[in-house]
Design a protein around this ligand. Structure first.
Ligand SMILES: [Zn+2]
Length: 230
């Protein structure tokens, strides 16, 4: 009887360990929104709130100036803010060695004047690689900026893809992806489809987290570009 009880206890222990391990496995996803804030931001914020989801907004200099109340609302609702520069033009922002840094500093100054704080988080337009060169990257990094690209791209920035198309792309990019950083845009079609996108992530067991300044940045320059660790 004693031996039987010990066996039962061992079996129960093993079972609980298995159950605990499977439920304890947390899947985190990082949502990011580029190019705002715009008049679409309130709808995006409402949908994020519905799912209790937090996101990181990479904002443009002029759009901070044009929409100070919206950038304040983004922060007030618990989201993170990063910089996306000022020109959003490949031929301008990558024109000289120091131009990416200058654009980020300009946007950071505007952010400071609007919100009272600066950020280290940046995303350069169209991603860091192949557009940016190593010198530009080193200058940005040397000024203590953390450069973030993405690993999940529904390509919502180009036109207005159907939700089914975006979900297919998301599904493909999530395969084997241990660090899902989702590129989305502050635009009407994305705002309209956001509910379905977030619902999909929730159904797959993801929880949403902010990118913060202590995290090791993920970017194409380090993954595929000349800054790659060989
Ligand atoms: Zn952009």
């Amino acid at each position: 009887m004693k031996r039987f009880l010990i066996l039962v206890f061992c079996a129960a222990f093993l079972l609980s360990a298995v159950v605990f391990a499977s439920t304890d496995e947390k899947k985190t996803i990082y949502l990011t929104f580029d190019d705002g804030p715009t008049h679409n931001t309130p709808a995006i914020l409402d949908t994020l709130k519905k799912y209790n989801a937090k996101a990181t907004f990479f904002v443009l200099n002029d759009r901070i100036t044009e929409n100070p109340d919206l950038i304040k609302q983004i922060v007030a609702e618990g989201h993170a803010v990063g910089l996306h520069g000022s020109s959003h033009d490949v031929n301008t922002i990558y024109a000289t060695a120091s131009k990416p840094l200058e654009e980020m500093n300009e946007a950071n100054e505007t952010l400071y004047n609007t919100l009272g704080f600066k950020t280290k988080l940046v995303r350069t337009p169209y991603g860091s690689y192949p557009y940016m060169n190593l010198e530009q990257y080193k200058i940005l990094k040397g000024a203590n900026y953390n450069l973030w690209d993405w690993t999940v791209d529904p390509r919502d920035g180009v036109g207005a893809p159907a939700i089914s198309t975006m979900l297919e792309r998301i599904k493909g990019d999530l395969k084997g992806n241990e660090n899902p950083i989702v590129l989305l845009h502050d635009k009407k079609s994305t705002a309209n489809n956001l509910d379905a996108i977030l619902s999909y992530f929730v159904s797959k067991g993801y929880s949403f987290a902010l990118i913060d300044e202590s995290m090791d940045p993920v970017n194409f320059m380090e993954l595929y570009g000349p800054a790659r660790k060989k």
